[in-house]
Design a protein around this ligand. Sequence first.
Ligand code: BG6
Length: 470
Amino acid sequence: MIGFPDNFLWGGAIAANQAEGAYTEGGKGLSVQDVTRKGWLEKPQEFPTEDNLKLKGIDFYHRYKEDIKLFAEMGFKVFRLSISWPRIFPNGDENTPNEDGLKFYDDVFDTCLKYGIEPLVTLSHYETPLHLTKKYDGWRNRKVIDFFEKYVEVVFKRYKNKVKYWLTFNEINSITHVPFLSGGINTRKTELTKKDIYQAIHHELVASARAVKKCHEMIPNAQIGCMILGIPVYPLTPKPKDVWKSIESERENYYFSDIQVRGYYPSYTKRFFKENDIELEITEQDRIDLKNTVDFVSFSYYMSVCASTDPTKKSGKGNIIGGIPNPYLESSEWGWQIDPLGLRIYLNELYDRYQKPLFIVENGLGAIDTLVTLEDGTKTVIDDYRINYMNDHLVQVSEAIEDGVDIMGYTSWGCIDLVSFTTAEIKKRYGFIYVDRNDDGSGTMERYKKKSFEWYKKVIETNGDSLEYK
Ligand code: BG6
């Protein structure tokens, strides 16, 4: 085997809204996440209520020094996190940024750099300022492009000497499924037409391209990528109709990266727009802006799905988008189908399509963990299931490298336990580090190393040589 390149960026990932807590501290404004609640992705509330675990998260806002030290102990080369937009612009449309918010991320990045960890920063991870949602209907409104551009300019200027890796919008393709959380769109999904959604997408794509342009101008030595919810779609049977259906389903997701990587709308959109009565407002300047294409393609990968034309086949559970379950795969406790080879397939497909470096910025197993006390009094979690999951996925990453795919790095999702995005529970844990917090809000917030902590440390130390090829 060729193995992982020497400069492979090993690390972990979190998002501000699922980890920081401190939802009103340091002058932060409310984000769309602050008005959600357990088990409910779509319908916002008027005000934040205490049953929303995201309000306190895992208190990363106050404990980041301790947490980053633990990441350094595992040998992280990179740490993916997001800047909470409403920490910098509490309402999103003001002229002056919030200095306390800027200072917070200065401290976080300095702590990373102290340990030789490169921050990989998502500019927008499901954290649209709530005010933009209420006043402008989020990304449906063209004005939000300018607000975003201003925010991006401020953070590029401030952190240009600290951050070399950037991502624009987290899982940009999720907007068609969760327009409120992904697109900050206040209008109920049932009242939105396809045109409304695709116009909002257009605005986001232009905003993403403008951020790429700014990044290249302001931080020439940095790299900026797009971020896609990666979900390969297999035909459920070899029937040609099912194969075609799977191609159509994949295009619903490729639509976004095709534009972000190539700089223009792909040819298949013509027919799609015509048949769905979508006439977009695209200016000449928009077309020029879109030509600012990303340096690399990043994505989350948790599962694959199947497509079928058989109306009796129903969608199963899954990462936002979901799809028909594959009869050959097993599922996690949350019904997400586990498919390590799917990661190799997807990496190859993306690389064949774009020939751009790829970055796996989310992958991992959400599972129920039990904290146990060992004979010497140490508290830990024996999470062999997580080790197996990650081992098998990383083996497929190395296979893809052998296949010739250019892969920059791997940041496992929720490297420290955090509040789940789709279900807002904390009992769905992903971390190498256990956080003592429970779904009823109780817990000390203490951190404990799980068995997978030492396992991942070894993987990084040996640059993947310790992985088990079964
Ligand atoms: C991705 C998101 O959809 O999947 C993360 O980018 C999220 O924010 C992750 O946490 C896992 O999903 P969940 O619902 O298990 O937290």
